[in-house]
Design a protein. Structure first.
Length: 616
């Protein structure tokens, strides 16, 4: 990094073409692209170029260097991919273009775009290279020959040092999201790579912002560049409605869950600052019945790719991510971005909210700020050129209305599937007939089914629960400790876990009642992280400082290696097989359970907590 990039002279660039406000609307056919590319664009549904595409493609086709300043979601990937494909020599099986990206997700996205646009270019090959994928796989692909290499700086350097990648034939270098790449500390890596590209190669640099480090790169490596700046137009800015909630940090989780309850969204991307926070927040959401998945550098690459695919296919609606992991995440169905943690700077905020409002859809960006962070609002408004509204949290009444409406829609949807409900008609008619013993009133039957649907949890939020949510956790913990009577020594028999059912093994988790653990927490974490059907999880027995859980015999060891490090209720799970003494007749320190009539599963009581055992 230069010692004083601030002192560098201002970047000089050639004047850009006439404003798109005065120029006639171009077509892709007017931009110097060949028939194979035009056919591919038509097939993917591109009707007209975006402003960045209309102004950049002709310049790159001509061989000019370009400094493009545009936000994410403006179509800049096509603005450099199409000219590269137009100029590629398919007869030469060697890298002719190099695209550097800050993250593996963006590298994969860009590589997919090349595949899509090159559909009618027979023999074209591109290769994404990034950490997390085995080097030999990439080396074999490079040895077979590729035309375009897209990758992260670190992995590109690995291949150059090993001699598995040659840049001798590279005609075009692209730096995508350069500001983010340099902010992540890749300045020296990028310059090291560019120094090894041929003289006279074309360079295209794209960046949402132009901090001094980006300008330094442009001055050194771009030759007489054409600067193309595409501001977010008013109608585009209006597609992202920006709001902020301001309140104490301890209420952020409450704020998030209330917003999720009431806000109508298709898919939501939640940003936190650290990789550990992604897992912690996912755990807390899962415990509240909200399906979510983490996306961070700690998540193995194949699981990250699976998460993105599930998000695209609407099999997952909530993802908790770090800034780095979300780079290049381009999913049209993301209607909401929620900043659980404030962005580190306005540039990060711009990148974050750019993940919504895509494909002409309206987007919502919500930021949770503490009172001390309130002053950030003005900087964020300046960065986006749009007003950020302050908002109140949904009230208890609004939450209950939302719950009622969701339940009504589920019932109406079920009524629309007559084939599925037909098998229940005869059963319920028998139960509600006057001859039944006992006869159940239809309204009572419906109410009981509603209670079963919610597993005994209150359907409506009460004002008492609201006050409880707002109490500082520390005070609640102190009061709970004062209210909990001192216990005498446990009897040996009372401390023993129940003998597991046939076909199950017993495991111990180092989290318990004092951590406010509930059975739902255990089921959510093990089923998600262990890739296990929740119905296979057996009895869950919660003690003050630990928990016993029954799982099927023969679970893979690597599954437990992962589960040992997973956090639940903010603590490492630390799951281990329990090989100690067990008891078929549990005796509790305070009271004991009785078998339910009919021989059904037992409902066990521990220290005033009622845990629901699962069917063995």
């Amino acid at each position: 990094m230069p010692e004083d990039p601030q002192a560098s002279p201002p970047l000089e660039t050639a004047p850009s073409p006439e404003s798109p406000d005065t120029a006639p609307s171009p077509r892709f056919a007017d931009l110097g692209l060949g028939t194979p590319l035009l056919e591919a664009l038509e097939e993917v549904g591109y009707e007209a170029p975006s402003p960045i595409q209309a102004r950049t493609i002709p310049l790159l086709v001509e061989g000019r260097d370009v400094l493009g300043q545009a936000q994410t979601g403006t179509g800049k990937t096509a603005s450099f991919a199409l000219p590269i494909l137009q100029r590629i020599d398919l007869s030469r099986r060697e890298p002719q273009a190099l695209v550097l990206t800050p993250t593996r997700e963006l590298a994969l996205q860009v590589a997919e775009a090349f595949q899509k646009y090159a559909k009618h270019l027979d023999g074209f090959r591109e290769l994404p290279v990034y950490g997390g994928q085995a080097l030999p796989i990439q080396m074999r692909a490079l040895d077979r020959g590729v035309h375009v290499v897209v990758g992260t700086p670190g992995r590109i350097m690995d291949h150059l040092r090993r001699g598995s990648l040659s840049l001798d034939a590279v005609q075009t270098c692209v730096l995508d999201e350069a500001d983010e790449m340099l902010r992540m500390g890749f300045f020296e890596d990028v310059t090291w790579i560019l120094d090894r590209t041929p003289d006279g190669r074309q360079v295209a640099l794209f960046s949402a912002t132009l901090p001094p480090a980006v300008q330094e790169i442009a001055r050194k490596y771009l030759s007489d560049p054409e600067r193309v700046t595409v501001e977010v137009e008013a109608h585009e800015a209006s597609q992202i409605r920006q709001r902020a909630w301001i309140g104490p940090a301890r209420r952020k989780l409450e704020a998030l869950t209330r917003i999720l309850e009431v806000e109508p969204f298709d898919a939501m991307l939640i940003f936190v600052r650290t990789r550990g926070q992604t897992v912690e927040l996912v755990d807390k959401l899962s415990a509240r019945g909200i399906a979510a998945a983490p996306l961070s550098g700690d998540v193995p690459q194949h699981l990250r790719e699976r998460t993105v695919e599930k998000l695209k296919r609407a099999e997952l609606d909530v993802v908790v991510a770090t800034d780095v992991a979300a780079r290049g995440l381009d999913v049209d169905r993301i209607t909401h971005v929620l900043n659980f943690d404030a962005p580190i700077d306005p540039g990060s905020y711009v990148h974050r909210i750019g993940r919504t409002g895509r494909a002409g859809r309206e987007g919502i960006a919500i930021t949770l700020l503490t009172p001390r962070e309130r002053r950030m609002l003005y900087a964020l408004e300046r960065a986006t050129g749009a007003r950020i509204e302050t908002m109140d949290l949904p009230t208890v009444h609004e939450i209950n209305q939302s719950r009622e409406e969701r339940l009504r829609k589920r019932v109406l949807a079920a009524l629309g599937d007559q084939e599925s409900i037909e098998s229940f008609r005869g059963l319920f008619e028998k139960w509600t007939s006057e001859d039944a013993e006992p006869s159940i009133a239809p309204l009572d039957l419906a109410a009981a089914l509603g209670a079963l649907l919610h597993e005994g949890e209150p359907f409506r939020m009460s004002e008492e629960r609201r006050r409880e949510e707002r109490e500082p956790r520390e005070r609640r913990d102190r009061e709970a400790q004062r209210e909990r009577p001192e216990r005498g020594p446990r009897s040996k028999e009372g401390a023993l876990p129940r003998t597991p059912a046939s076909g199950n093994e017993l495991f111990r988790i180092e989290v318990g009642y004092r951590d406010r653990l509930k059975p739902a927490h255990v089921v959510a974490i093990i089923s998600r992280e262990g890739m296990l059907d929740g119905r296979l999880i057996g009895n869950i027995d919660i003690h003050d400082g630990h928990t016993f859980v029954e799982l099927p015999e023969g679970m893979p060891e690597d599954t437990f290696e992962k589960l040992r490090t997973v956090r639940i209720q903010g603590k490492p799970m630390g799951i281990e097989r329990y090989e100690g003494e067990t008891s078929s007749e549990r005796v509790r320190p305070r009271g004991h359970f009785k078998p339910r009539r009919g021989g059904g599963p037992r409902r066990q009581h521990q220290g005033g907590f009622r845990g629901r055992g699962r069917r063995d």
